[in-house]
Design a protein around this ligand. Structure first.
Ligand SMILES: [Fe+2]
Ligand SMILES: [Fe+2]
Length: 372
Protein backbone atom coordinates (compact mmCIF):
# COMPACT_ATOMS: atom_id res chain seq x y z
CA UNK A 1 0.00 0.00 0.00
CA UNK A 2 1.35 3.41 -0.98
CA UNK A 3 1.78 6.31 1.40
CA UNK A 4 -0.80 9.07 1.51
CA UNK A 5 -0.02 11.90 -0.89
CA UNK A 6 0.28 15.25 0.90
CA UNK A 7 0.02 18.52 -0.94
CA UNK A 8 2.93 20.93 -0.68
CA UNK A 9 0.83 23.17 1.54
CA UNK A 10 -0.06 20.29 3.86
CA UNK A 11 3.59 19.32 4.14
CA UNK A 12 4.58 22.89 4.91
CA UNK A 13 1.97 23.03 7.67
CA UNK A 14 3.19 19.70 9.01
CA UNK A 15 6.85 20.80 9.24
CA UNK A 16 5.96 24.25 10.58
CA UNK A 17 3.74 22.71 13.22
CA UNK A 18 6.44 20.27 14.24
CA UNK A 19 8.96 23.10 14.61
CA UNK A 20 6.57 25.12 16.75
CA UNK A 21 6.15 22.11 19.05
CA UNK A 22 9.98 21.87 19.28
CA UNK A 23 10.10 18.55 17.46
CA UNK A 24 12.28 17.58 14.49
CA UNK A 25 12.32 15.14 11.55
CA UNK A 26 15.33 12.84 11.85
CA UNK A 27 14.98 11.87 8.17
CA UNK A 28 16.36 15.32 7.29
CA UNK A 29 18.84 15.83 10.12
CA UNK A 30 20.53 12.50 10.77
CA UNK A 31 23.51 13.45 8.60
CA UNK A 32 24.19 16.55 10.73
CA UNK A 33 23.88 14.68 13.99
CA UNK A 34 25.74 11.46 13.21
CA UNK A 35 28.49 12.57 10.84
CA UNK A 36 30.64 10.12 8.89
CA UNK A 37 33.78 11.60 10.46
CA UNK A 38 34.50 14.00 13.35
CA UNK A 39 33.25 17.49 12.50
CA UNK A 40 34.59 20.41 14.54
CA UNK A 41 35.26 24.13 14.39
CA UNK A 42 38.63 24.13 16.16
CA UNK A 43 41.18 25.85 13.93
CA UNK A 44 44.92 25.43 14.44
CA UNK A 45 46.81 28.49 15.71
CA UNK A 46 50.32 29.48 16.83
CA UNK A 47 51.61 32.01 19.39
CA UNK A 48 55.17 33.34 19.59
CA UNK A 49 56.83 33.03 23.00
CA UNK A 50 58.28 36.55 22.91
CA UNK A 51 54.76 38.03 22.68
CA UNK A 52 53.32 35.87 25.47
CA UNK A 53 56.34 36.56 27.71
CA UNK A 54 56.05 40.30 27.21
CA UNK A 55 52.34 40.37 28.13
CA UNK A 56 52.94 38.14 31.16
CA UNK A 57 55.80 40.37 32.37
CA UNK A 58 53.63 43.48 32.05
CA UNK A 59 50.96 41.71 34.11
CA UNK A 60 53.72 41.43 36.72
CA UNK A 61 53.70 45.23 36.94
CA UNK A 62 49.90 45.50 37.00
CA UNK A 63 48.77 42.95 39.59
CA UNK A 64 49.92 40.67 42.38
CA UNK A 65 48.60 37.13 42.91
CA UNK A 66 47.13 36.41 46.34
CA UNK A 67 46.21 40.09 46.57
CA UNK A 68 44.73 41.45 43.32
CA UNK A 69 44.04 38.09 41.64
CA UNK A 70 43.78 34.35 42.34
CA UNK A 71 46.50 33.67 39.74
CA UNK A 72 48.54 35.85 37.34
CA UNK A 73 48.01 34.11 34.03
CA UNK A 74 47.90 35.12 30.37
CA UNK A 75 45.87 32.47 28.56
CA UNK A 76 45.89 31.33 24.94
CA UNK A 77 42.61 32.14 23.22
CA UNK A 78 41.84 30.16 20.09
CA UNK A 79 40.18 32.79 17.83
CA UNK A 80 38.01 30.19 16.08
CA UNK A 81 36.42 29.25 19.42
CA UNK A 82 35.97 32.82 20.63
CA UNK A 83 33.61 33.25 17.67
CA UNK A 84 31.31 30.85 19.56
CA UNK A 85 31.81 32.78 22.81
CA UNK A 86 34.14 30.14 24.26
CA UNK A 87 36.43 32.28 26.39
CA UNK A 88 39.73 30.70 27.42
CA UNK A 89 39.53 27.78 25.02
CA UNK A 90 42.65 26.45 23.25
CA UNK A 91 40.80 23.46 21.84
CA UNK A 92 37.19 22.38 22.49
CA UNK A 93 38.41 20.50 25.59
CA UNK A 94 41.77 22.03 26.59
CA UNK A 95 42.93 25.32 28.08
CA UNK A 96 46.48 26.66 28.20
CA UNK A 97 47.67 29.61 30.29
CA UNK A 98 51.12 31.03 31.02
CA UNK A 99 51.56 31.80 34.69
CA UNK A 100 54.16 34.22 36.04
CA UNK A 101 55.35 34.28 39.63
CA UNK A 102 57.90 36.87 40.73
CA UNK A 103 60.44 36.32 43.53
CA UNK A 104 58.76 36.21 46.96
CA UNK A 105 55.24 35.91 45.53
CA UNK A 106 52.71 33.15 46.14
CA UNK A 107 49.43 32.00 44.61
CA UNK A 108 47.01 30.84 47.34
CA UNK A 109 45.69 27.29 47.87
CA UNK A 110 42.52 26.23 46.09
CA UNK A 111 40.92 23.16 44.54
CA UNK A 112 38.75 22.54 41.49
CA UNK A 113 37.21 19.74 39.49
CA UNK A 114 39.28 20.62 36.42
CA UNK A 115 42.48 18.58 36.32
CA UNK A 116 45.72 20.51 35.76
CA UNK A 117 49.24 19.92 34.55
CA UNK A 118 52.13 22.42 34.75
CA UNK A 119 55.14 22.52 32.46
CA UNK A 120 57.99 24.76 33.55
CA UNK A 121 59.21 27.14 30.84
CA UNK A 122 61.67 29.45 32.56
CA UNK A 123 63.17 30.01 36.01
CA UNK A 124 63.75 27.99 39.18
CA UNK A 125 63.22 28.20 42.92
CA UNK A 126 59.43 28.09 42.84
CA UNK A 127 57.40 25.17 44.09
CA UNK A 128 53.88 23.83 43.77
CA UNK A 129 52.41 22.17 46.85
CA UNK A 130 49.89 19.41 46.04
CA UNK A 131 47.81 18.36 49.07
CA UNK A 132 50.69 19.71 51.14
CA UNK A 133 53.46 17.94 49.20
CA UNK A 134 56.08 20.37 47.95
CA UNK A 135 57.36 19.83 44.40
CA UNK A 136 60.12 22.17 43.22
CA UNK A 137 59.87 23.28 39.61
CA UNK A 138 62.74 23.66 37.11
CA UNK A 139 62.71 24.26 33.37
CA UNK A 140 61.41 21.22 31.48
CA UNK A 141 59.70 19.60 34.50
CA UNK A 142 56.09 18.44 34.54
CA UNK A 143 54.06 18.92 37.72
CA UNK A 144 50.59 17.43 38.21
CA UNK A 145 47.86 19.00 40.27
CA UNK A 146 45.10 16.42 39.64
CA UNK A 147 41.40 17.30 39.85
CA UNK A 148 40.19 18.08 43.40
CA UNK A 149 43.70 18.28 44.93
CA UNK A 150 44.55 21.35 47.01
CA UNK A 151 47.34 23.26 45.32
CA UNK A 152 49.29 26.46 45.77
CA UNK A 153 52.46 27.97 44.32
CA UNK A 154 55.29 29.86 46.00
CA UNK A 155 58.47 31.39 44.62
CA UNK A 156 61.60 31.27 46.78
CA UNK A 157 64.03 32.06 43.92
CA UNK A 158 65.46 35.31 42.58
CA UNK A 159 64.31 35.47 38.92
CA UNK A 160 60.80 35.43 37.39
CA UNK A 161 59.42 31.94 36.85
CA UNK A 162 57.07 31.11 33.98
CA UNK A 163 55.13 27.92 33.51
CA UNK A 164 52.35 26.51 31.39
CA UNK A 165 49.06 25.61 33.08
CA UNK A 166 47.14 22.99 31.08
CA UNK A 167 43.56 22.24 32.18
CA UNK A 168 40.56 20.40 30.77
CA UNK A 169 38.40 23.53 31.02
CA UNK A 170 36.29 22.94 27.89
CA UNK A 171 35.63 19.30 28.72
CA UNK A 172 34.49 20.06 32.28
CA UNK A 173 32.30 22.92 31.06
CA UNK A 174 30.63 20.68 28.46
CA UNK A 175 29.99 18.12 31.21
CA UNK A 176 28.54 20.89 33.44
CA UNK A 177 30.85 19.69 36.21
CA UNK A 178 32.89 22.72 37.28
CA UNK A 179 33.56 23.17 40.98
CA UNK A 180 36.02 25.60 42.56
CA UNK A 181 36.87 26.30 46.19
CA UNK A 182 39.50 28.51 47.78
CA UNK A 183 41.19 27.04 50.86
CA UNK A 184 40.22 28.62 54.19
CA UNK A 185 43.80 29.83 54.63
CA UNK A 186 46.48 31.13 52.22
CA UNK A 187 48.36 27.82 52.32
CA UNK A 188 47.34 24.19 52.78
CA UNK A 189 49.32 22.59 55.65
CA UNK A 190 52.66 21.30 54.35
CA UNK A 191 53.54 17.67 55.00
CA UNK A 192 56.94 16.76 56.50
CA UNK A 193 59.77 16.43 54.01
CA UNK A 194 60.07 12.61 54.18
CA UNK A 195 56.62 12.23 52.60
CA UNK A 196 57.49 14.07 49.42
CA UNK A 197 56.42 12.08 46.37
CA UNK A 198 59.66 12.94 44.58
CA UNK A 199 61.73 11.28 47.31
CA UNK A 200 59.89 7.99 46.93
CA UNK A 201 59.69 7.94 43.16
CA UNK A 202 62.46 10.09 41.65
CA UNK A 203 64.91 7.21 41.20
CA UNK A 204 62.64 4.20 41.21
CA UNK A 205 59.39 3.16 42.75
CA UNK A 206 59.26 1.99 46.35
CA UNK A 207 56.82 1.26 49.14
CA UNK A 208 57.15 0.55 52.85
CA UNK A 209 56.49 -3.09 53.89
CA UNK A 210 53.33 -2.14 55.74
CA UNK A 211 52.12 0.16 52.98
CA UNK A 212 49.54 -0.76 50.34
CA UNK A 213 49.68 0.97 46.97
CA UNK A 214 46.36 0.69 45.17
CA UNK A 215 46.42 1.19 41.41
CA UNK A 216 44.53 4.35 40.55
CA UNK A 217 44.45 8.11 40.56
CA UNK A 218 45.83 10.54 41.49
CA UNK A 219 49.31 9.36 40.56
CA UNK A 220 51.62 8.98 43.58
CA UNK A 221 54.09 11.12 41.57
CA UNK A 222 53.35 14.82 41.28
CA UNK A 223 56.69 15.94 39.80
CA UNK A 224 58.35 14.51 36.68
CA UNK A 225 61.92 15.78 36.15
CA UNK A 226 63.16 16.74 32.70
CA UNK A 227 66.61 15.12 33.04
CA UNK A 228 64.96 11.68 33.27
CA UNK A 229 62.83 12.36 30.17
CA UNK A 230 65.89 13.65 28.30
CA UNK A 231 67.87 10.53 29.26
CA UNK A 232 65.11 8.24 27.96
CA UNK A 233 64.77 10.13 24.69
CA UNK A 234 68.52 10.29 24.13
CA UNK A 235 68.89 6.55 24.72
CA UNK A 236 65.97 5.49 22.56
CA UNK A 237 66.82 2.95 19.85
CA UNK A 238 65.96 3.56 16.18
CA UNK A 239 63.30 0.85 16.23
CA UNK A 240 61.67 2.34 19.34
CA UNK A 241 60.81 5.53 17.49
CA UNK A 242 57.26 6.33 16.48
CA UNK A 243 56.66 7.04 12.77
CA UNK A 244 54.37 10.01 13.61
CA UNK A 245 56.07 11.43 16.71
CA UNK A 246 59.74 10.46 16.44
CA UNK A 247 61.45 9.77 19.79
CA UNK A 248 58.52 10.12 22.14
CA UNK A 249 57.53 9.23 25.69
CA UNK A 250 54.29 9.59 27.58
CA UNK A 251 54.31 10.50 31.26
CA UNK A 252 52.71 7.67 33.22
CA UNK A 253 51.25 6.82 36.60
CA UNK A 254 53.43 3.97 37.98
CA UNK A 255 50.47 2.29 39.70
CA UNK A 256 48.44 1.95 36.50
CA UNK A 257 51.02 2.15 33.70
CA UNK A 258 48.60 4.57 32.03
CA UNK A 259 48.55 8.34 31.59
CA UNK A 260 50.10 10.30 34.51
CA UNK A 261 46.93 12.34 34.86
CA UNK A 262 43.58 10.62 34.63
CA UNK A 263 42.10 12.98 32.01
CA UNK A 264 44.92 15.03 30.48
CA UNK A 265 47.60 13.12 28.58
CA UNK A 266 51.19 14.42 28.51
CA UNK A 267 53.98 13.66 26.07
CA UNK A 268 57.52 14.76 25.25
CA UNK A 269 58.99 14.12 21.83
CA UNK A 270 62.43 14.66 20.37
CA UNK A 271 63.15 15.27 16.71
CA UNK A 272 66.75 15.02 15.54
CA UNK A 273 68.06 17.53 12.92
CA UNK A 274 66.22 17.07 9.59
CA UNK A 275 63.87 14.49 11.07
CA UNK A 276 60.49 14.59 9.33
CA UNK A 277 57.71 12.45 10.84
CA UNK A 278 54.85 11.00 8.83
CA UNK A 279 51.35 12.45 8.86
CA UNK A 280 48.48 10.99 10.81
CA UNK A 281 45.29 12.23 12.46
CA UNK A 282 43.35 11.25 15.55
CA UNK A 283 40.22 12.12 17.50
CA UNK A 284 42.17 13.62 20.41
CA UNK A 285 43.30 17.25 20.26
CA UNK A 286 46.50 18.68 21.74
CA UNK A 287 48.36 21.86 22.67
CA UNK A 288 52.09 21.92 21.93
CA UNK A 289 54.92 23.86 23.56
CA UNK A 290 58.38 24.02 21.97
CA UNK A 291 60.88 23.43 24.77
CA UNK A 292 63.92 23.53 22.46
CA UNK A 293 64.76 23.82 18.80
CA UNK A 294 63.21 25.10 15.61
CA UNK A 295 61.14 23.59 12.84
CA UNK A 296 57.59 23.39 11.64
CA UNK A 297 54.43 21.30 11.88
CA UNK A 298 52.11 20.87 8.91
CA UNK A 299 48.46 20.78 10.03
CA UNK A 300 45.91 19.96 7.31
CA UNK A 301 48.24 21.38 4.66
CA UNK A 302 49.13 24.57 6.55
CA UNK A 303 52.70 25.10 7.75
CA UNK A 304 53.17 26.32 11.33
CA UNK A 305 56.77 27.45 11.85
CA UNK A 306 57.96 27.24 15.44
CA UNK A 307 60.96 28.02 17.58
CA UNK A 308 61.87 27.71 21.27
CA UNK A 309 59.03 28.78 23.56
CA UNK A 310 56.23 28.90 20.98
CA UNK A 311 52.82 27.29 21.46
CA UNK A 312 50.49 25.82 18.87
CA UNK A 313 47.09 24.14 18.68
CA UNK A 314 46.49 20.76 17.12
CA UNK A 315 42.72 20.44 16.50
CA UNK A 316 40.97 17.06 16.59
CA UNK A 317 40.92 14.92 13.45
CA UNK A 318 43.54 16.99 11.57
CA UNK A 319 46.49 15.53 9.68
CA UNK A 320 49.81 16.62 11.15
CA UNK A 321 53.53 15.94 10.71
CA UNK A 322 56.56 17.49 12.41
CA UNK A 323 59.88 18.64 10.94
CA UNK A 324 63.08 19.72 12.69
CA UNK A 325 64.82 22.36 10.50
CA UNK A 326 67.49 23.32 13.05
CA UNK A 327 70.93 21.81 13.59
CA UNK A 328 70.19 20.69 17.16
CA UNK A 329 67.58 18.33 18.63
CA UNK A 330 64.08 19.76 18.97
CA UNK A 331 61.98 18.93 22.04
CA UNK A 332 58.19 19.31 21.85
CA UNK A 333 56.07 19.00 24.97
CA UNK A 334 52.34 18.50 24.45
CA UNK A 335 49.22 17.79 26.44
CA UNK A 336 46.03 16.26 25.09
CA UNK A 337 42.58 14.83 25.76
CA UNK A 338 43.53 11.31 24.67
CA UNK A 339 42.88 9.62 28.07
CA UNK A 340 39.28 10.92 27.99
CA UNK A 341 38.72 9.79 24.41
CA UNK A 342 40.13 6.37 25.32
CA UNK A 343 38.00 6.01 28.45
CA UNK A 344 34.90 6.90 26.44
CA UNK A 345 35.96 4.53 23.66
CA UNK A 346 36.02 7.42 21.18
CA UNK A 347 39.72 7.44 20.26
CA UNK A 348 40.58 6.50 16.70
CA UNK A 349 43.57 7.34 14.52
CA UNK A 350 44.69 6.84 10.95
CA UNK A 351 47.77 7.47 8.85
CA UNK A 352 47.78 9.57 5.69
CA UNK A 353 47.87 7.05 2.87
CA UNK A 354 48.59 9.24 -0.14
CA UNK A 355 51.83 10.99 -1.15
CA UNK A 356 54.07 8.54 0.82
CA UNK A 357 52.49 9.69 4.08
CA UNK A 358 53.35 13.38 3.73
CA UNK A 359 50.93 16.27 3.20
CA UNK A 360 51.17 18.83 0.42
CA UNK A 361 51.91 22.24 1.96
CA UNK A 362 49.39 24.74 0.59
CA UNK A 363 49.95 27.76 2.90
CA UNK A 364 52.05 29.09 5.76
CA UNK A 365 50.51 30.47 8.95
CA UNK A 366 51.50 34.03 9.84
CA UNK A 367 51.63 34.68 13.61
CA UNK A 368 49.61 37.72 14.73
CA UNK A 369 52.68 39.75 15.76
CA UNK A 370 54.12 39.43 12.23
CA UNK A 371 50.73 40.08 10.64
CA UNK A 372 51.30 43.76 9.85
FE1 LIG B 1 44.25 25.74 40.24
FE1 LIG C 1 49.64 12.90 16.56
Amino acid sequence: MGKKVYTEKELEQYYDGMKKQHLGPLWYDLGHMVTKEPVHDVEPYLWKWKDIREYALTAGEILEPGKDAERRVVYLQNPSLLERGLVGYGTHTLYAGIQLLLPGEFAPAHQHSQTAIRFIIEGEGAYTAVNGQKVYMERGDLVLTPAWTWHEHKHEGTEPVFWLDGLDVGLVKTMAASFFKPYEDKFYPLKPEENYSNEAFANGSFKKLNETVEPGYPSPIFGYKFDRVEYLLNHMKEEEQDPYDGHAVEYTNPTTGKSADSRVGTMMQKLTPNQHTQAHRHVHSAIYHVLEGEGYTVIDGQKFEWEKGDFFILPPWSYHEHVNTGDTDAFLFSFNDKPVMEKLELEFSEALNENNGYQKVTSTFLPESLNV
